[in-house]
Design a binder for this molecule. Structure first.
Ligand SMILES: [Zn+2]
Length: 162
């Protein structure tokens, strides 16, 4: 795939190098499929990027200069600047897909019946929230209301206006 090719937004997938764990988590929060394998050789990161059509996000100039896959050399050590750079480079949407992926597993969440979470969430949450989502991998339950408030507050603190 050439780096100039226009991709459908929903096809954008990332893999982040070991220095970019917080950035990876925030891309998942925004709903973008992002692998974060931790300590891996450059060779292996490059291979996963090429095989799975993922954009490699790296702070390593040597790795970023390799050929055969899409990549972005992340300029800053600061999370807010890293996130800005990625959002601008790939025209990511900061609102549409928030909380569609599990933040731990990178798996798409499934909506579940409210009745089924009665004993699994705090009573106040059960009373005040109407929609619940669960990760099929780790079973963690998310509810957009309060989670979204926290995420928006944090994004605003980082300098993003939603
Ligand atoms: Zn999960």
């Amino acid at each position: 795939m050439s780096s100039g090719q226009i991709q459908n937004d929903s096809e954008i997938k990332f893999i982040a190098d070991t220095m970019l764990g917080r950035l990876a988590k925030w891309l998942r929060i925004l709903g973008y499929d992002t692998l974060y394998p931790g300590q891996e050789s450059d060779q292996r990161l490059a291979r996963i990027a090429a095989e799975e059509g993922r954009i490699l996000l790296t702070r390593d100039t040597e790795l970023a200069s390799r050929k055969g896959f899409r990549k972005l050399l992340v300029d800053s050590d600061r999370l807010a600047e890293q996130l800005s750079q990625v959002i601008e480079a790939f025209h990511l949407k900061t609102n549409d897909r928030i909380l569609s992926l599990c933040l731990l597993c990178n798996c798409p969440l499934r909506e579940i019946q409210k009745d089924s979470v009665r004993d699994k969430v705090p009573p106040y949450v059960f009373q005040t929230q109407s929609r619940f989502f669960q990760c099929p991998e780790c079973d963690k339950i998310f509810w957009p209301g309060t989670h979204l408030d926290h995420i928006r507050t944090e994004l605003e603190r980082l300098g993003f206006v939603l």
